[in-house]
Design a protein around this ligand. Structure first.
Ligand SMILES: Cc1ncc(COP(=O)(O)O)c(C=O)c1O
Length: 373
């Protein structure tokens, strides 16, 4: 009789030596002051989880909890608010007729809701294109912000294409959180807007007595704009040790891993994932040089991995949605299991390491976490 031994699936993993010496320019300092002046602003919590430090055999583990950011259940409003502010200021100085504009965007959920909220607060209109696979409650949350919603029978990439077409109408502006050749300024402002998140992490770690900053930061990736912002932050610091940076994406939408393997940006076909905000097959064109230059390692995780991580964080008191918990799933994949010693060495992880996980959404942002399993 032949015994069938199923070999474990190899971990989707890529490592890039030298990324910590890569350097770039920082985001403008005024972004933080802009957000601090918004009504309802306060830094989101940076929660220490000693149980995770013990599990992984490291010094300290912190989770940046974006489950309530300016009244929304994800970090994305940091980018939308700054980009819309810059866009409207530019229109005003450029002599464009004053009056309401229509902010157009495509979304996997969180960015569209943030654009719609920003438009409503400022007395403008929003038109949001939503691909297949976004949870009906996430769509309803965008409609509740008084946005016009167009549901697209296609992928996120297709929704982006249709939004760009719609934004050619008079009085409309595309506020997209991904760039392509010829459309880079507004996505660049969105990336700048995210810098408030890492600026807060610096201050919060200092308050914890950690002046040198973290040793490893784990960031979830959809189109890579958040990762671009995180890389820009940690690779533009004038002094101090540079942390290792690890990207985490769904194994069904692993465009960072595919692009790193190809040595150039490549698109991947996407399917369904509970990590809806990460369900993107094409990287932002302006993110690629940062990912290619400044990212130490990339890993992909399954929906089941993310679900387990969501439950673990909930048990530790951190409310996290599937995209937010993906970073814990990615850390667990990197630091444990077959081959973990090599991966730890590549990330310079030891028993004193300080690790920051970015949990970019709460359960309310993406109800897949509560209804699909
Ligand atoms: C909750 C959440 N986390 C992470 C991301 C990934 O950000 P990016 O698409 O900039 O890589 C998104 C994107 O929509 C998101 O909604």
């Amino acid at each position: 009789m032949t015994e069938i031994v199923s070999s474990p699936r190899p971990l989707p993993w890529s490592v890039r030596p030298g990324a910590r010496t890569w350097r770039c320019a920082p985001a403008p300092a005024e972004v933080r002051a802009f957000h601090a002046a918004l009504p309802g602003y306060s830094p989101t919590p940076l929660t220490e989880l000693p149980a995770l430090a013990a599990e992984f055999g490291v010094g300290r583990v912190f989770v940046k909890d974006e489950s309530c950011r300016l009244g929304l259940p994800a970090f994305k409003v940091l980018g939308a608010s700054w980009a819309v502010h810059r866009t409207l200021a530019e229109r005003a100085t450029g002599g464009t007729e004053p009056g309401p504009v229509t902010l157009v965007t495509a979304t996997d959920g969180n960015h569209g809701r943030a654009v719609a909220r920003t438009a409503r607060h400022l007395g403008h209109h929003a038109h949001v294109f939503v691909p297949q696979g976004v949870h009906p409650q996430a769509v309803a949350a965008i409609t509740a912000e008084q946005a016009k919603v167009t549901e697209v029978t296609g992928s996120y990439d297709e929704a982006v294409r249709l939004a760009a077409q719609a934004a050619a109408a008079p009085g409309a502006v595309l506020v997209q959180d991904t760039a392509w050749p010829g459309y880079e300024r507004i996505p660049g402002w969105i990336v700048e807007g995210y810098s408030t998140l890492t600026a807060e992490v610096d201050e919060q770690l200092t308050a914890e007595g950690i002046d040198a900053g973290p040793d490893l930061v784990c960031v979830p990736v959809g189109v890579g704009s958040l990762a671009q912002s995180v890389i820009a932050h940690y690779r533009s610091r004038p002094s101090g040790p540079a942390p290792a940076l690890l990207s985490v994406e769904p194994d069904t939408a692993a465009c960072v891993l595919a692009s790193l393997a190809a040595g150039e940006p490549v698109s991947v076909a996407t399917g369904h994932t509970t990590m809806a905000g990460l369900n993107c097959g094409t990287l932002s064109s302006i993110a690629w040089p940062y990912l290619h230059g400044g990212l130490d390692a990339a890993v992909a995780v399954s929906d089941a991995d993310s679900t387990r991580a969501t439950a673990a964080l909930a048990a530790l008191g951190v409310p996290s949605g599937p995209c937010g918990a993906a970073t814990l799933a990615g850390l667990r994949a990197a630091l444990t299991g077959a081959g973990a010693e090599k991966r730890r060495a590549a990330l310079d992880i030891d028993t004193t390491s300080v690790i920051v996980l970015l949990s970019t959404e709460g359960p309310a942002a993406n109800p897949h976490s509560t209804t699909d399993h």
